[in-house]
Design a binder for this molecule. Structure first.
Ligand SMILES: [Fe+2]
Ligand SMILES: [Fe+2]
Length: 231
């Protein structure tokens, strides 16, 4: 008797091992990022004094608990047991480094720009948007997750705007963070992610202008705060 064919088998058969590994890379990094974000939200809850702003972090963390569960479920639905995954094989080092930097930061503006606007509003959003529409059968509930990520961007924009209005010094620091992430984006998409984006384009999972679209999303997201220095 032969075992039933799973989506995993079909993916490997149709697209090859690289694309299968790419899918697992997407899931593992999204899942592990959610756990980092939950901890990061928790770190800032006691520091916020405004009740509404405190609530944003509670909602944010709670959404990420759901997303972590959905990412696990997505992998299982492809026929891959979650507990058998070797995370180290799929981890993107750059993501870990950025979370560590944010976790060590004492500056809430840095966290808002690095997490809510950049990691969630630019990088994750473009990925969720394109993969969720391009291959919903492989990227389970990505459209729902994308909608909820928009809310997290909204939380970040609201709090960051309040901080920016408080002082010129805050605006100056925010602009410097924005510049840092702008430079990061240019190096990241064409660097550690280049092969992976290439495989995703080839498989038809994302559009061939994935990189320019992500850069455009950076421009529009950061423009909301008016901290983008036009080149
Ligand atoms: Fe999320
Ligand atoms: Fe989020």
């Amino acid at each position: 008797m032969t075992a039933a064919v799973t989506p995993r088998d079909e993916i490997i058969e149709t697209y090859g091992e690289d694309v299968w590994n790419l899918i697992l890379t997407v899931y593992v990094n999204f899942h592990d990022s959610e756990l980092e974000i939950i901890d990061l939200c928790a770190r800032w809850i006691p520091r916020r004094t405004d009740l509404r702003e405190k609530t944003y972090l509670v909602h944010h963390a709670s959404d990420e608990v759901t997303h972590a569960r959905l990412f696990r479920e997505g992998v299982e639905r492809l026929g891959q047991p979650w507990h058998e995954l070797d995370h180290a094989k799929y981890k993107i080092q750059d993501i870990d480094d950025r979370f560590r930097k944010l976790f060590d930061s004492e500056d809430e503006l840095e966290v808002l720009i690095g997490l809510n606007l950049y990691a969630e509003g630019v990088l994750a959003m473009e990925e969720l948007y394109q993969l969720g529409r391009g291959k919903p059968q492989y990227f389970y509930q990505f459209d729902r997750i994308e909608r909820e990520e928009r809310r997290h961007v909204g939380f970040g924009v609201t709090v960051a705007k309040r901080l920016l209005a408080e002082s010129a010094e805050n605006r100056k620091r925010a602009t410097a963070y924005c510049n840092w992430y702008q430079e990061h984006l240019d190096g990241y998409l064409g660097g550690e992610l280049a092969d992976k984006i290439g495989w995703a384009v080839e498989a038809g999972f994302v559009a061939d202008d994935y990189i320019p679209r992500t850069k455009e999303r950076f421009r529009s997201t950061m423009s909301e705060l008016g901290i983008l220095e036009e080149a």
